[in-house]
Design a protein around this ligand. Sequence first.
Ligand code: SF4
Length: 228
Amino acid sequence: MSLIGIEKRITACEACPRLREHCLETARVKRRQFRDQDYWGKPVPGFGDPEARLLIVGLAPAAHGANRTGRMFTGDQSGLWLYRALHRAGFSNQALSEGREDGLRLHDCYITTAARCAPPGNKPLPEELARCGAFLAEELMELKRVRVFLALGKIALHALWRQLPEGIKPARTLPAFAHGAEIPLNDGRLIVCSYHPSQQNTFTGLLTESMFDRVFDVSREHLVSGEI
Ligand code: SF4
């Protein structure tokens, strides 16, 4: 197994017919402003630095974002927020994410999601999350240097929690989600929780840029403390 092997199997996956149909139909119909573009339309693999110590877990590709561009959080409003914050925190070389060939590079950071196909209404079903969780489990095994997990939203936290080995979880039950919550794991690693940077949260002010920056500060502090 390798990240490249996992990526190939993700992009070829057809395990969730409802999601595959939705992605292909969205890619066929398109949004008016993107009608001249070829949509990706396939499951979207994770992206970033294979030696990452920070692993970001999101929810799923956006129908006209990653399902269009083929790269996580690229081409939508959530991505604008995420990549700006990553750039401010020193985890990326640029603050803008527009397409797979835009030159964006992540440093010490890898981005994945709970589901790899855009779900109708941004709501994957439990059985779809369970299927796609197998890919997250494989990524966790490959990304051996990860010290901090940043969960963007409750679904991402629960998806991550289900794939972590029992021995490193501090409790058997799913932890409660709260923005800024820190969940230390038994092996010294840390889960940090954040509201997802979706329009629903950023347009309403539930998540501000300073709140978002703070979770990256906490993540960075944990990475630095592990170096001492
Ligand atoms: S959501 Fe995951 S498991 Fe389901 S079809 Fe897409 S890649 Fe496959």
